[in-house]
Design a binder for this molecule. Structure first.
Ligand code: NDP
Length: 473
């Protein structure tokens, strides 16, 4: 079921409808791409956004997160600077970072708006609710818009566990605008946001702990990456509490007191929930017009992003297919191609490269070893673990890991996993041959670029082991 707000009611707008070919609800990555392309293909397009253009990625996600990640990494560079002959006197000012980040986001938002307007899209700053299968009501303007197609691209929001005092914690939405950095923080969760924000806070000098409910963070990623990142984070000073679950939060003198299901209670300057995101299907009138949502309250769509109502489509996080910006962009583009350019285009969700901007970074494309066991009888695993060159003049104990998984008979590369500096950049490029179906022999005949870390990918000579019917041999 789509979430229905208590106050939700169908709009009763008296004003006459304006007719469009497409109304997009939500001006984030997926909605903006769909709106612009559809308009460029000749459709008359309206886009309604109640908050800032750019959505989660630009305003409360990828972009500010990466800027903060850059900020948090200077400290580790200063650590080795002396071995390269530099004397650095460093101090950090959080308000400067936040203000500069805000200015950059304002610039990006303006760029999003002009890109939409330049493409001929009409932008409405309002809250939209479906009145029927082809009409949308605008709450503040009190008007209606009609269109042959309506695209829901409303994204998602962070969720908090249902525990006492949960409201005392922040989420990633709040973390970007904190007035001051806390002295210490407990990050709850073990996924993307937890790994990234724990690294950011730790790098900026906040005493950082993670509380994760199972035994190893980053469920779903290759186990060697999970283990490698956990070790590196611990070595960097992050306290990772596993099999740990907060039970109650109360306000304490200098922060928040946390009681756990098991283990001793502790007080932290702040607590952040990084416990997943849920689709924004609330208060859109979806149920009333017959749009079906799944058990996660996400709009259920087919391969063409069409919902159970044939004039209503959905792309991006609101469909919970894969909550990643590039996926939402692809889905938005495929929708426009299919509906307004006459080229039936479905997004292939099978191979989605992904990265975590933790310290060190994680990059991954294709199958993890654990997934490969489920799908392949026999495969080879190639590993390289080494100290990155930049650390060699210092005593910094930093490690890089490359792991490549190849099918035994065909040699097809099934997965590439990288832990270390620039892992995200490396995996983006490795994703090209993996998507093309390249074999280990294709990697081997590629000339190396020396000296680089990623040359390891084309110089992995012998497998570390084979996996035959789930057993390492
Ligand atoms: P994730 O789904 O990645 O992780 C959620 C974490 O919270 C998991 O470790 C989960 O544990 C844990 N959790 C869930 N519910 C509870 C609970 N009630 N109590 C305690 N722990 C709980 O979500 P994120 O919020 O980290 O990120 C949301 C999505 O946003 C990601 O899946 C990703 O698609 C996207 N994202 C992508 C980024 C990138 O591309 N770099 C960066 C940030 C976000 P368990 O493992 O047991 O389920």
């Amino acid at each position: 079921l789509c979430e229905v707000a208590a106050s939700s009611s169908r709009p009763d707008n008296a004003a006459l409808s304006t007719q469009y070919d497409l109304i997009v609800i939500g001006g984030g990555s997926g909605g903006v791409r769909a709106a612009r392309l559809s308009s460029l293909y000749g459709a008359r397009v309206a886009l309604v956004e109640e908050s800032r253009l750019g959505g989660t990625c630009v305003n409360r996600g990828c972009v500010p997160k990466k800027l903060f990640a850059f900020a948090s990494r200077f400290d580790s560079l200063f650590e080795i600077a002396a071995d390269y002959g530099w004397t650095v006197e460093a101090s950090f000012d959080w308000p400067t970072l936040v203000a500069n980040k805000d200015a950059e986001i304002a610039r990006l938002e303006a760029a999003y708006e002009s890109a939409l307007l330049d493409a001929g899209v009409e932008v409405f700053r309002d809250h939209a609710t479906l009145a029927d299968r082809d009409t949308v009501g605008l709450r503040d303007a009190g008007t209606r818009l009609s269109a042959g197609r309506i695209l829901i691209a409303t994204g998602g929001h962070p969720v908090r566990p249902d525990i006492e005092g949960a409201d005392l914690a922040i989420t990633s939405d709040d973390a970007f605008g904190l007035a001051a950095l806390p002295a210490s923080i407990l990050v709850v969760g073990g996924g993307y946001v937890a790994a990234e924000f724990a690294s950011i806070f730790n790098g900026l000098g906040v005493k950082t702990s993670i509380s994760y409910r199972r035994d190893r963070i980053l469920r779903g990623f290759d186990n060697d990456l999970r283990e490698g990142l956990s070790e590196a984070m611990r070595a960097a000073g992050i306290d990772i509490l596993v099999n740990s679950q907060p039970r109650r939060l109360t306000r304490a003198n200098e922060g928040i007191h946390v009681e756990f299901e098991h283990g001793p209670a502790a007080t932290y300057g702040a607590v952040m929930f990084a416990t997943g995101r849920a689709p924004n299907t609330r208060d859109l009138g979806l149920e009333a017009v017959g749009v079906v949502c799944n058990a996660r309250a996400a709009v259920e769509v087919d391969e063409w992003s069409r919902s159970s109502v044939d004039s209503v489509f959905a792309v991006g996080d609101v469909t919970a297919r894969s909550a990643l910006t590039p996926v939402a962009i692809r889905e938005g583009a495929a929708f426009a191609e299919t509906e307004f350019n006459g080229v039936a285009t479905a997004v292939d969700h099978r191979i989605i490269p992904t990265a975590i901007f933790s310290e060190p970074e994680v990059g991954s494309v294709g199958l993890s070893e654990e997934d490969a066991v489920m799908h392949h009888l026999e495969f080879e695993v190639y590993m390289a673990r080494f100290r990155p060159m930049i650390a060699t003049l210092s005593d910094r104990q930093e490690r890089t890991m490359f792991k490549l998984i190849a099918q035994a008979d065909s040699g097809r590369v099934l997965g590439v996993h990288v832990l270390g500096r620039d892992a995200a950049e490396i995996v983006q490029l490795a994703a090209i041959p993996v998507t093309m179906g390249a074999t280990k022999a294709d990697f081997d005949r590629t000339m190396a670029v020396h000296p680089t870390a990623s040359e390891e990918l084309v110089t992995l000579s012998k497998p570390a082991y084979r996996v035959v019917q789930g057993e390492r041999v």
